[in-house]
Design a protein around this ligand. Structure first.
Ligand code: HEM
Length: 233
């Protein structure tokens, strides 16, 4: 099978991905210390750091929403049922039998159907729940008595419960995500691609005849930047 080196993850995309990964892990570390799971920074420092990281996360999210819409990358997350079952079967059975990947990665179709569904759920459900429950938590706790009542956010217990549930979901996602990173064409190919931006993707002349990348072994759309300025958009 022929391979081609393709510039798949742009500079901002990689910056956003790694900064978000760091912030989620840091928020989990400080959040679970606030929760009382362990002591590392000390409760007060953990709460302060959690708040600072939360604001950084919100600012990053605002910039990233802007980037998704201005570049058209939001389309990568449009859900599809096409090959969804095949992809799930691949992760459950095929992967252990050395079966070929049921879908092919291209610049225009970076995510397989299962990834689209999971990442979209994170973007429109889990992250918003974390941000809004977190903000409710923040202002419920830290504002003066009179404004606590004016927020009308219900009991702190319900907010804490929602926020903690989201945290457990995110931790589960991180664990599965780290495992799936290793399931590319080689054990490190997905990781290297998100660090450098470049990935070796399969091409073959027979596949070029079929233009649907959600089906197996199809044409790779190469959209390599012609110059440095293009790389950084
Ligand atoms: C931008 C988003 C977020 C905001 C605004 C936010 C805000 C907060 C606030 C204000 C608290 C209470 C701290 C205190 O009691 O002093 C808290 C607790 C907590 N946060 Fe976050 N947080 C965010 C994201 C996250 C993320 C991504 C995670 C985990 C992956 C997380 C995990 C936790 C946990 C486990 C607690 C303790 C809950 C409890 O036991 O009551 N938070 N968060």
């Amino acid at each position: 099978m022929a391979k081609e080196r393709v510039y798949i993850y742009k500079q901002y995309e990689r910056f956003w991905h790694w900064t978000q990964a760091f912030l989620v892990l840091f928020l989990a570390l400080t959040g679970f210390e606030v929760h009382g799971s362990f002591t590392f920074f000390g409760f007060e420092a953990a709460a302060n750091l959690h708040n600072k990281a939360a604001w950084a996360f919100i600012i990053l999210t605002v910039f990233t929403i802007f980037w998704h819409f201005t570049t058209g990358e939001w389309k990568q997350y449009l859900p599809t049922t096409k090959n969804l079952k095949a992809q799930a079967e691949y992760y459950i059975f095929g992967i252990f039998r050395n079966a070929p990947h049921p879908t092919r990665k291209t610049v225009l179709v970076k995510l397989n159907p299962l990834q689209r569904l999971v990442y979209l759920s994170l973007k429109i459900l889990v992250f918003p729940v974390m941000v809004f429950s977190g903000l409710a938590y923040m202002f419920y706790r830290y504002q003066s008595n009179s404004t606590i009542h004016s927020l009308e956010v219900g009991s702190l217990e319900r907010i804490a419960w929602t926020h903690s549930l989201g945290a457990y979901i995110l931790i589960a996602f991180v664990i599965v995500h780290i495992y799936l990173i290793t399931t590319g064409h080689t054990i490190s190919s997905n990781l290297k691609a998100m660090i450098t931006g470049w990935e070796e993707l399969e091409t073959d002349d027979a596949a070029r005849k079929d233009k649907d990348p959600l089906k197996p072994q199809k044409e790779v759309v190469t959209n390599q930047p012609k110059n440095e300025a293009e790389k950084s958009t």
